[in-house]
Design a protein. Structure first.
Length: 145
């Protein structure tokens, strides 16, 4: 997570015990949604960094929806959007079409949702559209401050 825990008390890296001094890309680590500590930039694996970026986006999206299942739903929708984007992209390439249309990806995500998926259709449509847009543009994976 690209947070800057400048307002935090004395934080030490979970692995090397280095102290956080107010700069650098330190990441909060979570276990089942609970904060368990921080990692300094040197100790983060690429996987942990990618996970952190997804976590940040998840929390950002989840704040915008009034659902108790918010974070779960967002994570699930991100995964579904990534899969749908891959599937639509492969189909487009196979058909000799170079365009990857957002609407096709969005439809693919919606069509794949289970019947009893949480949230209202309006909430879901809005979130799916935002997530697909961010997945396709790459914004979801950027190290935004
Ligand atoms: Zn460290």
């Amino acid at each position: 997570m690209k947070i800057h825990p400048s307002d935090r008390k004395v934080e030490k890296c979970m692995r090397c015990r280095r102290r956080y001094r107010g700069h650098g890309e330190w990441n909060l680590q979570y276990d089942l949604g609970r904060e368990v500590g921080v990692l300094c930039p040197d100790c983060q694996t690429p996987e942990e960094n990618a996970e952190a970026v997804i976590n940040e986006a998840t929390i950002d999206y989840a704040k915008t929806v009034e659902m108790t299942e918010g974070e779960f739903v967002v994570r699930d929708l991100i995964r579904r959007s990534e899969e749908a984007a891959g599937k639509v992209a492969r189909a487009a390439v196979a058909a000799g079409d170079r365009d990857l249309r957002h609407d096709d990806v969005i439809r693919e995500v919606k069509d794949g949702l289970p019947a009893r998926y949480p949230g209202t259709i309006t909430q879901r449509d809005d979130m799916i559209r935002r997530i697909v847009t961010d997945v396709l543009s790459g914004d979801l994976y950027e190290d935004a401050p």
